[in-house]
Design a protein around this ligand. Structure first.
Ligand code: CP
Length: 323
């Protein structure tokens, strides 16, 4: 949790001690979803989406409801005014409302704001500054929860680590993050965040991808980078499959070799491997049907755990607001 203003924000790996607490809390709520059904009474959560969502939107609303908290969804990209981000802009083109005005108004309507704002994948500087979510932090005066920003997807990563905790036979499992082919330019946020969390939890992390797909090193320091996918996968306990575009040649697609798509034959030397993906997944492009529909797949567990991850974070934020 960062403390940039007077409020706390859930926008990145919160440190191992808080992460452990959130994982335990999520597992508790999974057993007893309504245990704290009055805890959020009188509080209102605004869920602001600048991009589409299935899991994040629904799981966050259910989590709020489990805590007795009201939630309101605003699809800002479709239902609200086009936002201007630049300080001092002369707004004589397509943007209608400045983010500082919109964020200020939303801050007055809600106790907490949750925001989804994907990267541009064209303006690296703005994306690296995580401009949209940081402007919400600056101008709302409320606790902000990231529903996936340009750089990170911390609610997804918490759900992923709840899933690993549930399914791991080992204290320190071997975790592999493997790049997958895709036809579109895809953000780095899920991969960045998963790497940040996995290293933060002090697990053994190997990242494998074709040359040219190195992630930003601020998220991968401490991981083993292995360009040979079969070597990386050997003896893996958990294999996280994800596409991302080039970071160095920002947002570009260099390589779409279908040989990188995970199939059963890739896992001959990882007999115990359980396979993860955040969804949505493009079947038989990123991951094969045989894996997705087979016993190794944890995708439904991860998605189910999104509710309890969000509930743990909201509950934590409510605790921090107690006088
Ligand atoms: N994994 C995830 O964030 O899914 P949505 O984009 O559907 O919310």
């Amino acid at each position: 949790m960062k403390n940039q203003t007077s409020a706390f924000h859930y926008t990145q790996f919160p440190g191992k001690a808080i992460a452990e607490k959130l994982i335990e809390s999520a597992l508790f709520y999974k057993n007893s979803p309504r245990y704290d059904s009055q805890k959020g009474q009188g509080k209102r959560l605004g869920c602001i989406f600048l991009n589409p969502s299935l899991r994040t939107r629904v799981s966050t609303q259910i989590a709020a409801s489990n805590l007795g908290m009201e939630s309101v969804v605003l699809n800002m990209d479709k239902e609200a005014w086009a936002l201007e981000m630049k300080e001092g802009a002369v707004m004589n083109k397509t943007t209608v409302e400045h983010i500082k005005d919109a964020a200020g108004v939303l801050g007055s309507y809600f106790d907490f704001l949750a925001v989804r704002a994907f990267p541009t994948l064209t303006d690296q500087q703005s994306d690296m500054e995580d401009e949209v979510i940081n402007k919400f932090i600056k101008h709302t005066g409320r606790s902000i929860i990231s529903l996936e920003s340009a750089l990170r997807h911390p609610l997804q990563s918490l759900a992923d680590h709840v899933t690993i905790r549930e399914k791991s036979q080992k204290k320190k499992p071997k975790v592999v993050l493997t790049w997958a082919p895709h036809i579109k330019s895809i953000p780095h946020a899920v991969a960045n965040s998963f790497a940040e969390w996995t290293l933060g939890m002090e697990y053994d992390l190997t990242i494998t991808h074709p040359r040219g797909y190195e992630l930003d090193s601020q998220f991968t320091q401490g991981a083993t980078i292995e360009y040979d996918q079969s070597k990386a996968l050997k003896d893996a306990d958990f294999v996280y499959v994800k596409n991302w575009s080039s970071f160095e040649d920002y947002g570009k697609i260099h390589h779409t070799d279908p040989a990188w798509m995970l199939t059963e034959s890739h896992l001959k030397e990882a007999p115990e491997a359980q396979v993860m993906h955040c969804l949505p997944v493009r079947r038989n492009l990123e991951l094969s049907d045989e894996i997705l529909d087979g016993p190794r797949a944890l995708i439904q567990n991860q998605a189910a755990n999104r509710v309890f991850a969000a509930q743990a974070v909201l509950s934590h934020l409510l605790d921090l607001q107690k006088p």
